[in-house]
Ligand binder design. Structure first.
Ligand SMILES: [Zn+2]
Ligand SMILES: [Zn+2]
Length: 331
């Protein structure tokens, strides 16, 4: 089973390549990015690129659901990011998705744990963006019924932490010390280790149970933005262009391609910047800025999820791209 998952992942990701980020960066620039990375450089791996429901989605009848059922290589795991320091052998995870068991297998492939104990901590820390199912529900696997983690370090906002501490079944993880939650606050960099920092940034989103963070991950050479969920760019108290300018690669909310995707449902109930809106907004940026933009967190209805789709080509024509499961970015 693991081999099957891995083969699929390798097939999608092209894991053999050193750095796959910036597929559309002009070749000379892409080469220099690769040259900056070597076997000792920290890096990030995109462990999933789908919206909370994954692809195929339960009961989903969109063309990409059917395509992913026919050909598992077309499937996408729920959006999450692995951050690895190959020197210290530490590994960190952003978001515990419902696909966590498979994503731990994938993390073991690219960043194996030293077998120090029977059940080593799965990650040196798991940072959570918010309390929507795709982003934290994987924590359920850390309890006694499954992994039985011992003090897994979890980084979360105060509101997210309180949600976990005061609602079942999550409170049992806290009481039984399967997780050890540390509060993190917006704009305060968390030192993950000597070479890596993680900075939460607050973003507007449907905050029923928690507030919502994006993260900036900074390594010795490069910075990365991970921002899977935001309501609309205009609702943010900062200019997304400034944030993009401050990083080398920007994974941003690409949930929906446009406004016609959810027949029978009001899209105002689930606000996101449509990819078409983002393309229009970012089109005046210089090519170098546009080449940083990678759309992630794709809904199963998103036409740009399909390779060779008109939607995908439209994104690539304006110098941006769609994230692939398994792609790497040097830090
Ligand atoms: Zn989400
Ligand atoms: Zn959300």
């Amino acid at each position: 089973m693991l081999r099957r998952i891995r083969d699929r992942f390798v097939a999608i990701a092209g894991f053999a390549s050193v750095v796959t980020v910036g597929a559309l960066i002009p070749v000379r620039e892409a080469r220099s990015a690769e040259q900056k990375s070597d076997a000792t450089s920290p890096f990030a791996v995109v462990l999933g690129t789908a919206q909370d429901g994954g692809l195929p989605q339960i009961g989903g009848r969109a063309p990409e659901d059917e395509a992913a059922r026919r050909d598992p290589k077309r499937g996408r795991l729920v959006a999450s990011l692995l951050v690895v320091d190959p020197v210290s052998k530490e590994r960190f995870l952003i978001d515990a998705t419902p696909d966590l068991p498979r994503q731990v297998d994938l993390a073991d492939e690219v960043a194996p744990r030293s077998p120090s104990s029977a059940r080593p901590p799965l990650f040196d820390a798991i940072a959570l963006t918010h309390a929507h199912v795709g982003h934290y529900a994987g924590l359920i696997h850390l309890g006694r019924e499954a992994y039985g983690a011992a003090g897994q370090r979890v980084l979360a906002s105060d509101r997210m932490a309180r949600f976990l501490e005061t609602n079942g079944p999550w409170d049992l993880l806290v009481k039984a010390k399967h997780v050890a939650i540390e509060r993190i606050v917006p704009d305060a960099a968390v030192k993950l280790n000597a070479r890596l920092t993680l900075t939460p940034i607050a973003v507007p989103h449907r905050d029923e149970y928690s507030d919502t963070f994006g993260f900036i991950v900074a390594g010795p050479a490069r910075k990365l933005l991970w921002l899977p969920d935001i309501d609309k760019w205009e609702k943010w108290d900062r200019r997304v262009e400034d944030v993009i300018a401050s990083v080398d690669v920007a994974y941003v909310d690409g949930t929906f391609f446009d406004g016609d995707e959810l027949p029978g449902r009001a899209m105002s109930e689930v606000p996101h910047p449509f990819i078409t809106e983002s393309m229009a907004r970012f089109t005046s940026l210089p090519a170098r800025e546009r080449s940083k933009i990678v759309f992630v967190h794709l809904n199963h209805t998103n036409a740009a999820a399909a390779p060779d789709s008109k939607a995908r080509r439209a994104v690539e024509r304006v110098g941006m791209r769609i994230a692939r499961d398994g792609e790497r970015a040097g830090l």
